[in-house]
Design a protein around this ligand. Sequence first.
Ligand code: HEC
Ligand code: HEC
Ligand code: HEC
Length: 338
Amino acid sequence: MIQRPWKAFQEQWKDRYSAFLNQSKSKSATSEKDVEQNPDYAALKQAYDKTYQDSKAPGEEARKAVDEVTARLLAVQSVFTDRRAYVNALSYEIETSTSPSSKASKQKELADYKKEKATVEFPDGSKKQFDFPQLEETYNEIRDERTKKSLELGDVLKPVTAAKTKLDEYISDHMVDLTPQQIDGLKRKIADWDPKIVQINVADANIVDRCESCHLNTREPLKITPASMTAKGEKKPDEYADAFVSHPEPELLKIHDPEKFGCSPCHQGNGRATTSVEKAHGNYEHWLWPLFPKENAQAGCQNCHASDMVLASGDVQWQTINTERPLPPARLHGLPPL
Ligand code: HEC
Ligand code: HEC
Ligand code: HEC
């Protein structure tokens, strides 16, 4: 008999998830020490320490360069901001003035004002005079220079940031925010698991979603990454590991309980299909609603929130969907009222 794909997923899941839970430690000071004893952790720590040392001198230099430009920018900005405000006010008066003679005199005033020199005192004590166009140009130049220096600083720090992320991920892949009892409960659940189609059935909405027959960890109460679901001995996460992540937006699933919403209203795909990943994701010619790619998952929000202007989810600002109708204040999570 041919093994059905979803069954293969569940076999893999049982192995990998129980291995993960067996090595998971409940979060506490002593267990953090345990995790840090691990040779894999030591290797990552060593790599981090090295990139940290390597980037220290160039990092300091790059940061100094940013600070130096910032100080110059502020010096110019303090003079420029006042003068620009005056120029804008005059320009507005000219625009709104109805009498031709007062318009003309204001125009002359503006031209004279722009020619007037203003003194900028730079952080190194030097002083320089600029008329308004020169001041504006200088301001823009220094601002661009600052952007460039900030990017350079980012580049210098990139390897350290990456090494630190790996180190932190190692900890989060080996320690979980659960009590030892909760971990044991999950272990028992897996040990007792018999292969079965996992399905959400929302009769009113005609939704039958079997996505969780493969995506078995979507609603597990802890963060599960592809790295932590990678099979023993493998270097890189495979398809299974990618499928066994916990949902990246648990808060969103609290608002939209999958028991009532299913998965496909947000993701599309063919909820009933379990015979292959392609079919389940609706990537075949007889299915009109293929899965949205992950990067484009907000597209699904539109199915229901098409008339909302802005969707806020946690600290993510979802893209503006419709500018015709303002969002009800209750929807503006953590944002100031309109
Ligand atoms: C037969 C097993 C299977 C079923 C059923 C299944 N998936 Fe998947 N899914 C996978 C695998 C494997 C991956 C990772 C590899 C890939 O993207 O193809 C994945 C990846 C995804 C991703 C990430 C895609 C991306 O752009 O990176 C989403 C979202 C997703 N599935 C949603 C769903 C939804 C919603 C359903 C139900 C309508 C569903 N899946 C049903 C196996 C399955
Ligand atoms: C309210 C809408 C919504 C519902 C309901 C929903 N999801 Fe998602 N899901 C999202 C969004 C948005 C993302 C992308 C978030 C991101 O990338 O940060 C996502 C991401 C995913 C991913 C990609 C994970 C990854 O990082 O590779 C998978 C797999 C997934 N969802 C499966 C499911 C399954 C299975 C269900 C049903 C039990 C479901 N989702 C229900 C909105 C939803
Ligand atoms: C199947 C329809 C549906 C889809 C798809 C959907 N939502 Fe919702 N959403 C609702 C409903 C229904 C509510 C709760 C009722 C309400 O507040 O109007 C809600 C509420 C919300 C809220 C909370 C509003 C509040 O007042 O607290 C946010 C935020 C939200 N949705 C964001 C999203 C995002 C982001 C997506 C896409 C990833 C999405 N929704 C996809 C139907 C949907």
